[in-house]
Design a protein around this ligand. Structure first.
Ligand SMILES: [Zn+2]
Length: 298
């Protein structure tokens, strides 16, 4: 995937519940690689939390609807067949299905460690989908070049590929370093920049049409959570209570008190940085819209 393969140490000793990880970076293209490579597949950190409040659910439904409209505009169709790789966004899937799209979901665990990078993709019928999406699970894939080639094969000529990928060169990634929320070394094998993703897509038979460099859905939350991580709070103190239905012990309430007392300070910082990110076009998560080239190699 990376031509030179000369990786240099970047972040070391990232302690998370699953173990101790580091991230090394290619001196040539800036691609990051987790060491050791994660063994857990992960359902994507965007998976629908069980305990979301009503307000959060409504907000997510708005974002899912906006995502669906952007995809329909890009594909230039209002229904068809769509391949969802990683199934990280149930709300988005139902938004597509409600509109008449036929959704084929592939579980992320078949794409990550241990079970072969393209498992499930290689048996898809050729040229059969109008669009394919990766919502924040692309970094989990340990053989991304093969996965993209199989994805291109399964798409119709001119078919659309839409991916939301954390940008390891974004403002929030650089400011917060190894505390960055979207670094997520428990699941992410690789950490991309726009430049090395473009290179990989070009080599895999895709042409990038549009890059959205700021996501209102992911950017501000990533900033806020990363600020807490930098501040020495329990890692992912905001995200974890949202994502796990289990364990409402004393620790849960201690977290809530810590969050509520610090939000008046952390929210303004996150908002200011989010405005800078949006203005610079350098958000924590980028959305890439690409098309399958008519003939490979052209
Ligand atoms: Zn490289």
């Amino acid at each position: 995937m990376c031509e030179t393969g000369s990786f240099k140490p970047g972040y070391e000793k990232i302690f998370i519940e699953a173990g101790v990880f580091g991230v090394e970076f290619c001196g040539n293209c800036g691609l990051g690689r987790t060491v050791p490579l994660p063994e857990e597949a992960g359902e994507g950190s965007g998976a629908d939390p069980a305990g979301l409040s009503l307000a959060a659910r409504l907000l997510r439904r708005c974002f899912a609807g906006a995502g669906r409209r952007r995809i329909e505009r890009f594909v230039n169709k209002d229904k068809g067949g769509i391949l969802d790789i990683g199934r990280a966004r149930e709300d988005f899937l139902s938004a597509m299905e409600d509109r008449g799209w036929t959704v084929h979901g592939l579980d992320a665990d078949s794409l990550a460690a241990g079970s072969g990078a393209h498992a499930g993709l290689d048996i898809l019928p050729e040229a059969s989908f109008d669009a394919a999406v990766f919502w924040r699970v692309f970094g989990h894939i340990q053989d991304p070049a093969t996965a993209l080639r199989e994805c291109a094969r399964a798409l119709k000529p001119g078919g659309a590929l839409v991916m939301a990928v954390p940008n390891v060169k974004s403002l929030q990634a650089r400011i917060t370093g190894k505390a960055w929320f979207y670094l997520d070394p428990r699941f992410n094998a690789y950490h991309y920049t726009e430049a090395n993703l473009r290179l990989l897509l070009a080599k895999s038979g895709f042409e990038v049409a549009e890059v959205r460099r700021f996501s209102a859905e992911y950017g501000p939350f990533g900033l806020l959570q990363s600020i807490y991580n930098v501040g020495g709070f329990r890692r992912n103190i905001l995200y974890n209570p949202l994502s796990s239905a289990s364990g409402r012990g004393i620790g849960f309430y201690v977290d809530i008190v810590q969050i509520l007392t610090t939000l008046p300070l952390t929210i303004p910082i996150a908002v200011i940085l989010a405005v800078v990110e949006a203005w610079q076009g350098n958000g924590g998560v980028m959305e890439i819209y690409a098309r399958k080239r008519a003939r490979p190699g052209t």
